[in-house]
Design a protein around this ligand. Structure first.
Ligand code: VG1
Ligand code: CO
Length: 602
């Protein structure tokens, strides 16, 4: 346990983005890239008063290439920095929501985790030629706030040495159990415990949802569903929840064995990347039914007429690499993430966690997420917040009471990027969202002899009540950074003149750059996206992604609100065409980036 001080030099570009530091795997594998970042984090923790010698450090990742080597390296650095207890997920696996749950729930006070290193680049592809990532979560279970990530970054720019116990043994992380490593003179010791990856999170979910009701739904002979873990970390959780707890057949699970390259796929649950699932739910990559007449032909719940004549399940869902995202599909029906969070909020009483606390009190969405949630908040009289992109901003709202402010809990929040969750943890939770939808389905279908109420029926009913927020996101991935910055500067230089003007027939109420004033800690986050807001509530928003690892990704978000009952059934692409054209014209996107079309439309 003798720490060595190893000389190192700053490495440029170690600035955590929207959710941690993500870079090509090869960059991370080249020592001391990971070492510098981990040491910079420990230095930041010490400088901000976290005593890492007490409590436990949690360690695990989404199983991507380099996951387990990184764990052994971090163990050596943690030991040298005075950490005395570590929990490691079995096989090195821990989903992002499970980490948040374990930090919050596991252990008696003296053992409680003070934080976690989560090894993931989330929805970015994995493998030796793809991306790796690391992020630090704090003792509330949420991602480190900007004050801490800025300090970590600052430390990486000035680092001169890192500490490492080079003789620390390689710990077998495949078997549950405790390894105690003691100094030769007995003066110090480090306890590494390999823990179940799934237990804590699954018990938490069982305390939130009515598993018996969901079990009864799944047991219906006419109910079928598929869940695609996309070869990410969700597989073991999906087995534990759906098969072991809810009695679903193992054949309901797709890609449920974690792979270090996610099977060569892009573990991002959307209409483009989850193509197999999407096709098996009877949909094309635009979210439109492959057989538009299919649902009318099918009586009861789930009968044939899917892709290639296969049976189309009643319900489908998918997770991303680190299992914090979700995609919700009905039979031949795609639920936009913005609608999903609004509909879950509107049905919160179908979930015991909320009904037992006297009902939902607060909701929040990220700025680019559609206004569907706002309408629910208004109607139900809920506290409502609009935050910048990234889950860390929701945490302060959930913790408001603990921080001496108002109590907004119980709380639901979501992002357009397939992220949904509540204040049961401080990360988005892919499994939670799916169980929320199954709870809603169980609620509508408690009478097993009645006509089955589908996901599509529930969503259409919602639109009838609240109106429909047509929504789409255009992603331009891997564009030249200079071009992307020039485009944003061009928008910045011009939005003032569009405010209040009529542009191409659109009446622009306000065009600005979103700045967030955190109502809890009064921190200010500027430059959170340029928005062009129309008088009728329609919007076009531009942002640069903060999760890419090379070049830039431009995101253009388009939204149109429609309350006319006769116009609720348009193809989103048609409903949004005028706004897309306006956004492309005002931003001069093609001129600045030379891109004629987006990489992905979600
Ligand atoms: C993207 C999404 C954002 C999400 C973030 C992390 O960020 O837009 O909503 O919170 O990814 O998700 P950006 O900066 O690239 O737009 V995950 O599942 O990759 O941790
Ligand atoms: Co993720």
């Amino acid at each position: 346990l003798k720490p060595s001080a190893i000389a190192t030099e700053p490495i440029a570009g170690q600035k955590p983005g929207t959710s941690g530091l993500r870079k090509p795997t090869k960059t991370f594998m080249a020592a001391p890239y990971l070492h510098n970042f981990v040491q910079a984090t420990f230095d930041a923790l010490k400088a901000t008063g976290t005593d890492v010698t007490r409590g436990t450090l949690l360690l695990g990742g989404d199983g991507r290439y380099f996951n387990n080597d990184a764990i052994q390296i971090i163990l050596k650095i943690a030991a040298a920095n005075g950490v005395t207890r570590v929990w490691v997920g079995q096989d090195g696996l821990l989903s992002t929501p499970a980490c948040s749950a374990i930090i919050r729930e596991k252990g008696p006070l003296w053992q409680k985790a003070f934080g976690a290193f989560i090894l993931t680049a989330s929805h970015n592809p994995g493998g030796p030629n793809e991306d790796f990532g690391i992020k630090y979560n704090c003792e509330n279970g949420g991602p480190a706030l900007e004050a801490l990530t800025n300090l970590i970054y600052k430390n990486t720019t000035a680092i001169g040495k890192y500490a490492m116990c080079e003789a620390f043994p390689t710990v077998d992380i495949t078997k549950l159990g405790v390894t105690k490593v003691a100094a030769a003179d007995g003066s110090a010791s480090v306890t590494v415990e390999v823990i179940s990856s799934t237990d804590v999170h699954v018990s938490l979910l069982k305390s939130i949802f009515d598993f018996e009701a969901i079990k009864a739904l799944i047991a219906r002979p006419d109910f079928t569903f598929v869940y695609d873990s996309m070869s990410g970390v969700q597989g073991p959780y999906a087995k534990a929840v759906f098969v072991d707890e809810l009695g679903a057949p193992a054949t309901s699970l797709l890609n449920a064995t974690p792979k270090d390259d996610f099977g060569g796929g892009h573990a991002d649950p959307n209409l483009t990347y989850a193509h197999d699932l999407v096709a098996s739910m009877g949909l094309n990559s635009k979210g439109a039914p492959l057989d538009p007449e299919g649902n009318k032909k099918d009586a009861g719940c789930c009968l044939p007429h899917g892709a290639a004549g296969a049976a189309v399940p009643c319900f489908g869902a998918a997770a991303d690499g680190d299992a914090d995202r979700n995609m919700i599909l009905g039979r031949r029906f795609f639920v936009t993430p913005s609608d999903s969070v609004a509909i879950i909020a509107a049905h919160a009483d179908a979930i015991p966690y909320f009904s037992a606390q006297g009902g939902l009190r607060g909701v929040a969405r990220s700025m680019p997420t559609s206004g569907a949630l706002d309408l629910v908040a208004k109607k139900l009289g809920l506290k409502f917040f609009e935050t910048p992109t990234g889950w860390k901003f929701f945490g302060n709202l959930m913790d408001s009471k603990a921080l001496g402010g108002e109590d907004f809990a119980p709380f639901i929040c979501g992002e357009e990027s397939f992220g949904t969750g509540s204040d049961h943890i401080r990360e988005k939770d892919g499994m939670w969202a799916v169980l929320a939808w199954l709870s809603i389905l169980a609620h509508y279908n408690a009478d097993h002899s009645a006509q089955f109420v589908h996901v599509e029926d529930i969503v259409r009913r919602h639109w009838k009540t609240y109106g429909r927020n047509y929504y789409s996101r255009y992603d331009y991935e891997g564009v030249d950074l200079d071009g992307a910055n020039q485009m944003m500067d061009h928008l910045r230089a011009h939005f003032a003149e569009w405010s209040g003007a009529t542009v191409d027939g659109f009446s622009v109420a306000l065009a600005d750059e979103f700045t967030y004033h955190d109502p809890v800690d009064a921190s200010v986050s500027a430059n959170q996206g340029i928005r062009i807001l129309m008088a009728d509530g329609s919007r076009v928003v531009f942002r640069l992604s903060g999760t890419g690892s090379v070049g830039a990704t431009i995101r253009m978000y388009i939204e149109k609100y429609e309350s006319d009952a006769a116009k609720l059934d348009q193809a989103p692409a048609d409903a949004l065409a005028g706004l897309v054209a306006l956004g492309l014209k005002l931003s001069k996107l093609t001129e600045f980036t030379k891109r004629e079309s987006p990489t992905v439309i979600t």
